[in-house]
Design a protein around this ligand. Sequence first.
Ligand SMILES: Cc1cc2nc3c(=O)[nH]c(=O)nc-3n(C[C@H](O)[C@H](O)[C@H](O)COP(=O)(O)OP(=O)(O)OC[C@H]3O[C@@H](n4cnc5c(N)ncnc54)[C@H](O)[C@@H]3O)c2cc1C
Length: 365
Amino acid sequence: MKAVDVAIVGGGAVGAACARAAALRGLEVAIFEPGPDSAAASPASAGMLAAQIEPGDDVLVALSVRARDLYEPLAPALRETTGIDIGFWRSGIAAVAFDESAADRLKEEVARQRQAGLRCDWLDGDEVRERWPGAAPEGQGALLAPEDGALDPQALTRACLADARRLGATLHAEKVEALAITQDRVTGVVTARGTTPVEHAVLAAGVWSPQVRGLPHPLPVEPLRGQMAATAWPDGCPPAILYHDRGYVLARGADAVLGSTMERAGYDARVTNEGLAQIFRGAVRLLPALMTQPVQRMWAGLRPATPDGRPILGRDPDVERLWYATGHGRNGILLAALTGEITADLLTTGVPDVDIAPLRVDRFR
Ligand SMILES: Cc1cc2nc3c(=O)[nH]c(=O)nc-3n(C[C@H](O)[C@H](O)[C@H](O)COP(=O)(O)OP(=O)(O)OC[C@H]3O[C@@H](n4cnc5c(N)ncnc54)[C@H](O)[C@@H]3O)c2cc1C
């Protein structure tokens, strides 16, 4: 059997974006995705493109800003080729401060980001309430990242998969149990139906990435549970994405999406009363009118977290033609399109136009 150029293990947002980008460069792509698993991160995600809201790591902020900006051309391109609207909107995210020390910290962050050439503003409390009537009545102000935004993560995954298939990629509803490795080189992927010969394998199986047999070293990716809920968006409040360190709320159509927890609960993706209580408390502080809205849904998913909060991208140093696209933690929707571009560059030219040294798997060894 002729080997396919590349097997993508996992068809969440990250795997789907890798598959599309590789297929666009003319590679023959086979996507292996048995689910999605009910605990998968992408369908559970809020879909915020919060490049400037969770700062702290300069490498990640630079990568995130670049990743976010890729959606500007990608959203219309996907709509054109697949007919799927990924719900990309870019009306800014406001990180609200509820006390003086948070306000001081965010003001410093505004100054730092401006110095780095990014658009970022400080709104005082009244400006916040003028822009979003009824929001954050006790808020002391907010960092506004006007170029941040959100998209619909399920639509993104669907659109990338559809586009990849349009370009010739095949989708196999099979779980990859192991990698076939011969003389330190990937030669195939093994499922219950047998071995598919492949030239390259990209591991994009989210929190399940470490479970694929045949990896040369344990992979430091662990599940970090996030619980979510949705209610109706209150009438009379303009759509917004409001954030603070204990929760966030974003408008998606007629819904308000409320999140989220960060919990180490193994592979358990159930919602708990404690988690929901935390989410509702946080969201109501941002938008008190949510208090009386009917709850529509609640759910949870598992973020693939790494010890330093950065994803794992690039080649394996010991096994040739094994590539990683995993460990995207809290920002995998934001980083999905860029991860696809980087991975496709690696598979074709070997040289991405982003320095991925701080993201390589060997940083943990
Ligand atoms: C509650 C919550 C809120 C979030 N909010 C945001 C946000 O606002 N913005 C943002 O950027 N990020 C957010 N994230 C993070 C983001 O969702 C993840 O980083 C991202 O979805 C990871 O995508 P992935 O494709 O790597 O993993 P997943 O979406 O988990 O996909 C992995 C896929 O691999 C498949 N799979 C598993 N094992 C195998 C196997 N052996 N063979 C083949 N396939 C396999 C699974 O079925 C699954 O579909 C959030 C996450 C959660 C849980």
